[in-house]
Design a protein around this ligand. Structure first.
Ligand code: GLU
Length: 475
């Protein structure tokens, strides 16, 4: 799943889209592309490799228009090539689409579309969705009522299985930008007579102050002056706009060699932030504002299931030891991807706790939904405010670790472990852990950021040892 940024408004779209792509670069990608609409004309440029090669190609072309979409791709279907990069254009040239995710039934739909005379330039699942939208668009006659473009997108989405976050434009509906999501995030940014559509708020950082996060199964229709959110079946949704908490800065690497190094050195601060305001006045326990559970309810829990994937699952494994040791509550750790498919018997008083840095890990989100369907209380530890997991859980704990760009998690992992220790303390103090033991633990936890700082101060000395002993590892 990679990056999407779309724009509609009064400004030239190209610089805004290119800037958005640059901000989304941290996610990793293999190719990128842009499509800008001017009246009934659509110009598309796509390049493999770094976005700089796209920028060069765009600079060499006149790319004007106030509405456009762009994408950084992480190939799932079809090799890395200019043809497979997004945006994809329908074979009749009317629809342009960028897509994050995977269309699972694309082969079946492609076969049907080939029979209908649609042609394909790429090997992607995305181009199939693009041509399907064109098919539904062309099937409706102009006089049929309703908006043809919107209807075509809705009808197509009803036929696809899999996951998508999309942004779409249509040459015959200039001045209209559509977005939709299922299993892959899409967020609408609202500015002054301009709107942004992105997979991640950082793409329009500083340009929009209000955002609306789409939920699965929702479609947003945007014109330069207004937007409307409805379900795929066209049932109106009252938008929930939230203010962006402070400026979301575009990632800045500072004096570091790479983002992972920067994030390693940010740990004293992220650990401090994980604890800020989260110890009781008497210094004997932790407190969390967002659990949305009374201490009385928490005391009734006799089992905890921790769910995560990858690094977050490793944090869950540490949490298991901590909670069992200090709170004496039996804990089990589940792989999110397994949890959805097996039917583990869970006791009535089980609390489900999911962990995900991004709050968008699809397997973890689905495990959360499955637990909710079964009626369990679900809490989450996540780093991204307003993410799908944060919104769909019954409550939880934000990490406040700041944006993590490095693919290998560092500061987000250590903050999850620290929060787990605080959680173990909190649960323990509701049970058998004494006041004096609690104060001792709080003191020890408060010392962690300073200890991390002291370790990081040894970095140069550690590098010297590395260079002497293992010169091949010198970076
Ligand atoms: N499945 C699409 C492709 O392979 C989208 C990949 C993505 O999420 O970047 O092109």
């Amino acid at each position: 799943m990679c990056g999407i940024i779309g724009y509609i408004g009064r400004q030239e779209a190209t610089p805004i889209l290119l800037d958005g792509l640059k901000r989304l670069e941290y996610r990793g990608y293999d190719s990128s592309g842009i499509a800008v609409a001017e009246q009934n004309r659509l110009t598309v440029i796509k390049r493999t490799g770094r976005v700089e090669s796209l920028f060069r190609a765009v600079t060499a072309t006149e790319l004007h228009g106030r509405c456009g979409i762009s994408h950084t791709r992480w190939a799932t279907h079809g090799r890395v090539s200019d043809e497979n990069a997004h945006p994809h254009i329908s074979s009749d040239g009317k629809i342009a689409l960028v897509h994050n995710g995977v269309i699972e039934n694309f082969e079946q739909i492609k076969k049907f579309l080939l029979e209908q005379g649609y042609a394909f330039q790429s090997d992607t699942d995305t181009e199939v969705l693009c041509n399907l939208i064109a098919y539904h668009y062309n099937k409706q006659s102009a006089g049929e009522g309703g908006d043809r473009f919107e209807q075509a997108v809705r009808k197509s989405l009803l036929h696809v299985e899999g996951t998508y976050g999309i942004a779409v434009i249509c040459t015959e509906a200039p001045g209209k930008l559509l977005g939709a999501r299922k299993g892959s995030p899409i967020v609408l940014g609202v500015g002054q007579e301009e709107f942004f559509l992105a997979s991640d708020v950082s793409a329009f950082a500083g340009r929009a102050r209000n955002v609306a996060y789409l939920d699965d199964g929702q479609v947003v229709v945007i014109t330069p002056s207004a937007f409307r959110i409805a379900t795929v079946l066209d049932e109106m949704i009252a938008p929930v706009l939230s203010k962006l908490d402070g400026p979301v800065e575009a990632p800045d690497i500072g004096d570091y060699d790479h983002f992972m190094q920067k994030e390693i050195f940010e740990q004293p601060r992220s650990l401090e932030n994980a604890m800020r305001g989260r110890f009781s006045g008497d210094g004997s326990t932790a407190q969390f504002g967002g659990l949305n559970m009374e201490p009385r309810e928490i005391r009734q829990i006799d089992r905890i299931v921790l769910i995560g994937c990858g690094t977050a699952r490793h944090a869950c494994l540490v949490a298991e030891y901590l909670i069992e040791r200090y709170a004496r509550i039996p804990v089990e750790v589940e792989y999110a991807s397994e949890f959805r498919y097996r039917n583990a018997p869970l006791d009535k008083n089980t609390l489900v706790f999911v962990m995900s840095q991004s709050g968008e890990t699809i397997d973890t989100l689905e495990a959360l939904r499955e637990s909710k369907r079964k009626g369990y209380r679900t809490l989450a530890i996540t780093n991204v405010v307003g993410s799908s997991i944060a919104r769909e859980s019954d409550g939880g704990i934000y990490q406040h670790a700041g944006q993590e760009i490095g693919v290998a998690s560092t500061k987000a992992f250590t903050s999850q472990v620290l929060i787990s220790a605080m959680l173990a303390l909190y649960l323990g103090r509701l049970r058998d852990l004494s006041f004096s033991y609690g104060t001792e633990m709080v003191r020890a936890l408060r010392a962690v950021p300073e200890l991390a700082k002291r370790v990081l101060e040894q970095a140069d000395a550690a590098a010297r040892v590395r260079d002497r002993r293992c010169p091949q590892l010198r970076c």
